[in-house]
Design a protein around this ligand. Sequence first.
Ligand code: SAM
Length: 297
Amino acid sequence: MEYSFPHYLLSKQSVDDRALNKDVLRALKISLPQEPLRIIEVGAGIGTMLRRLARWDIVHKAEYVLVDEMAENIDYARAWIPQWAAESSLSVEGSGDSLRVFDSARDVRIRLEQADVFEFIQRNERPADLLIAHAFLDLLQMPESLPKLLSLTHSLAWLTINFDGATTLEPTVDASLDALIERLYHETMDTRPTGGDSRAGRHLFGHLRRAGADILAAGASDWVVHAAGGTYPADEKYFLHFILHFFEESLTGHAELDAAAFANWLAARRAQIESGELVYIAHQMDFLVKRSGEKSV
Ligand SMILES: C[S@@+](CC[C@H](N)C(=O)[O-])C[C@H]1O[C@@H](n2cnc3c(N)ncnc32)[C@H](O)[C@@H]1O
């Protein structure tokens, strides 16, 4: 199997569509100021959230800045955004890192920024009405990153899909090995040199309060992936294979893990995907917050 990160982000769309907490989303919709909006999305990948907000009829008139450090993602976004816009009967103008997608009711000016988010924060001149960080905050150094990120908004931040300490794979392969692999996998999230927290969701309540943000809404946004009639929906079979690839990449060679037992475990989990048996659940949290003022962290 070929592992492509943009393909993983594409395959994640239907999983995220189901997972996003709809109470938090409702709170977002009623809290948004009048359009046109300025939106900054950090760790935006290939721009799937922008497409979702257009598809879900949430954003009509906006300036939308997408920031991601990975060149492969931004390159993909350059070609993919015009493609889905055209498929949604939107006109497309511009090229490269400045695009405009529009019709008689919608007009979104898009800027693509291939940059490290903290470098982008240094040079951003105008804070947004809405900051979005989707499947991103659990990768960063916390709590010190939060005040910097929140400086990108003068008002709202929608902070979604923050991992929160539970990975479930069913059915059991070997109960004690399953538990060991889950524990070690979470530990790799906690020990990455660039930051990360396997309990980011629950910790954000305190971090956000101390960073001067009022929590307007919060709720679970678990990924729940299972087959129906032996078939996974959309491209979720690829999504599951990519999740196992994350396990393989982070745990291969781990001192606490017998290499042959881990290889057999991966093979068993891959066979469960092929037979449509594997159920995958990841517990996550969404937040809608409003900046209230600076506080010390
Ligand atoms: C799990 S992906 C989520 C992408 C996108 N939000 C989505 O859900 O489709 C995390 C993204 O954060 C980006 N990223 C990680 N560290 C970053 C940093 N310091 N600055 C900017 N982007 C970063 C990665 O390139 C990756 O695309």
